[in-house]
Design a protein around this ligand. Structure first.
Ligand code: 13P
Length: 248
């Protein structure tokens, strides 16, 4: 599989932006072999049916672990599938921080996705304090193994992991390529130890832009990028995708 570019719009965007991004990016996918996934606010997912023949894929930004019920504001895995999403972010650090999502909830959400064939993009990452204390690898491996130990083994290959150091998100200070490489390699080692058949794909996220994407992608264990702010400008995002495509 070619490199994966996932755009996380967070609580941003508009119908107009969706049209502009699709227009800029869809022509790149076939010729370059990159895969582009847009993680949209749930209401915009309902608009994606209008882009029937595009190769762009769609993702939710969050998913509940239950099938249905009295959970105001939540979205289930089957709803995401019904709207055409093939993926969902799970355990983004903003959800862990602002919505008190725990490792246990992240596991349940991942299981709910896998049960229906929705591919989870499980986000892991240490905060600045944890990095300064030398605990980065311990934290991210704990977050990852909390998921891998709890999911059915045969479905684990559907999981993609995104390493997003909290200190690099929205700060303009991306992790160095060496840091990304070190953490990605550690995550892959931990995954192989847990499930020896699993070849984990790991994306890097945190202040990725068109200027740093290629150098991050040049690291052997960086399999793609998860992009926040830089995915909100259609032309800039196209340039970023071109950089990723050119790096392989
Ligand atoms: P930024 O690219 O804005 O730093 O956000 C990263 C992120 O959180 C993507 O999920």
């Amino acid at each position: 599989m070619g490199p994966l570019v996932v755009a996380n719009w967070k609580m941003n965007g508009s119908e107009q932006l969706l049209q502009a991004v699709v227009q800029q990016v869809e022509g790149l996918i076939g010729p370059t072999g990159i895969k582009v996934v847009l993680a949209l606010p749930a209401p915009y997912l309902s608009l994606t049916k209008g882009f029937d023949d595009t190769q762009i894929e769609w993702a939710g930004q969050n998913v509940h672990w239950l099938k249905s019920g009295a959970y105001t504001g939540e979205v289930s895995a089957s709803m995401l599938l019904e709207l055409g999403a093939g993926w969902s972010l799970v355990g983004h650090s903003e959800r862990r921080q602002y919505c008190a999502e725990t490792d246990e909830m992240v596991l349940e959400k991942t299981k709910a996705c896998l049960a229906l064939g929705l591919r989870p993009i499980v986000c892991v990452g240490e905060n600045l304090q944890e990095r300064q204390a030398g605990k980065a690898l311990e934290v991210v491996c704990r977050q990852l193994l909390g998921v891998l130990k709890g999911v059915p083994r045969d479905l684990a290959p559907l999981i993609v992991v995104a390493y997003e150091p909290v200190w690099a998100i929205g700060t303009g200070e991306e992790a160095s390529p060496e840091i990304a490489q070190e953490v990605h390699a550690a995550l892959k080692r931990a995954a192989r130890k847990e499930i020896d058949t699993v070849a984990l794909r790991v994306l890097y996220g945190g202040s990725v832009n068109a200027d740093n994407a290629a150098v991050l992608m040049s690291m052997p264990d960086v399999d793609g990028v998860l992009v926040g702010g830089a995915s909100l400008d259609a032309l800039g995002f196209r340039r970023l995708c071109e950089q990723v495509a050119g790096s392989v």
